[in-house]
Design a protein around this ligand. Structure first.
Ligand code: NAP
Length: 280
């Protein structure tokens, strides 16, 4: 297809990137919306990130997603960083402005919160205490989302205690550090638990957490999406908790990114879910 004013190009930069489901998601929306364009894999080594980002306007890209290991490094390479992305400390979406300058955004925050609302539309962050397990990169997007949604008490626990302590200090009094040795107790009275660690992912052991103290009304979210049902979610569902898998976050973070580049906020149709499920 010939490039022209109506033709939009976007992609995902990562290293490695072959496993990414983003092309499937965005190409589905390009087709559904009857748009002209494409979304491609961009395998870019870390040492080439700056060159690759600077090439986007020259190559006619509307922008790109960033995935492992580029999300943090790109903060210092784009021309403008959205304040929310600053707070998260990571960019997952780059937009090429009309001037050719690059703007960086973080849509993981939106994706995470929207995944909770999709699962339970009347969910409120201020319904009660929330426990967040893990203090890696993804935890930062989860914390910013929960804080902005109005959470008043977030208990943060991580295997490496120092990281959770530092993060709690950085994010202020709502985020309270809980020693890893007290993670089981931290579920008492919680209205939401979020696993942001890699424990339970394909190839990893289950997250070491006892659910006995968790109220049955609490929602349990695991941002992992391979597998769709982690041991944590399976155990939570078996005892009656509402569960949310990581697919919702993955799909919902893609929606505002698509809107930046293609001008349309796409929806999550059963057909798209079916396509994604077939790859998991
Ligand atoms: P990361 O920065 O490497 O953080 C990994 C986290 O897992 C850290 O808190 C780490 O604790 C913890 N961890 C690792 N091994 C552990 C163990 N044996 N026991 C307990 N905790 C352990 O990774 P990330 O980027 O935050 O990603 C974390 C997970 O989120 C991944 O599974 C990823 O696929 C998922 N994710 C999903 C989405 C989505 O759209 N659904 C988006 C982003 C990420 P230490 O600090 O002690 O090492």
């Amino acid at each position: 297809m010939e490039s022209g004013p109506c033709y939009r190009l976007a992609g995902v930069m990562g290293w490695p990137v072959a496993h990414s489901r983003s092309p499937l998601i965005h190409k589905h929306w390009i087709d559904c919306e009857g748009l002209q364009g494409d979304y491609v894999l961009l395998p870019v080594q870390p040492s080439h990130l700056e060159q690759a980002l600077r090439a986007l306007p020259v190559l006619g890209f509307a922008g790109c997603n960033l995935t492992i290991p580029h999300k943090v490094a790109a903060l210092g390479l784009v021309d403008h960083v959205d304040p929310l992305a600053h707070r998260v400390g990571a960019i997952n979406t780059v937009v090429v402005e009309k001037s050719g300058s690059l703007s960086g955004y973080n849509t993981d925050v939106y994706g995470f919160i929207q995944s909770l609302l999709d699962a339970q539309p009347d969910w409120h962050a201020d319904a009660g205490p929330i426990t967040v397990i893990g203090a890696g990169g993804a935890a930062r997007a989860v914390l910013v989302g929960l804080l902005d949604a109005g959470a008043f008490q977030i208990r943060l626990t991580n295997r490496s205690d120092g990281k959770a302590r530092d993060m709690a200090q950085e994010f202020g009094p709502v985020v309270q550090y809980v020693p890893w040795s007290e993670r089981h107790e931290s579920l008492a009275g919680a209205t939401l638990v979020v696993n942001t660690t890699n424990q339970g992912m394909q190839g990893e052991p289950a997250l070491d957490i006892e659910l006995d103290r968790l109220p049955l009304e609490a929602m349990v979210s695991d941002i992992i999406y391979v597998p769709i049902a982690t041991p944590l979610l399976t155990a939570a569902r078996a005892r009656g908790n509402t569960t949310v898998n990581g697919l919702g976050m993955l799909l919902n973070q893609a929606r505002p990114a698509f809107k930046f580049w293609f001008g349309v906020m796409p929806t999550l149709s059963p057909a798209l879910l079916e396509k994604i499920h077939a790859t998991l």
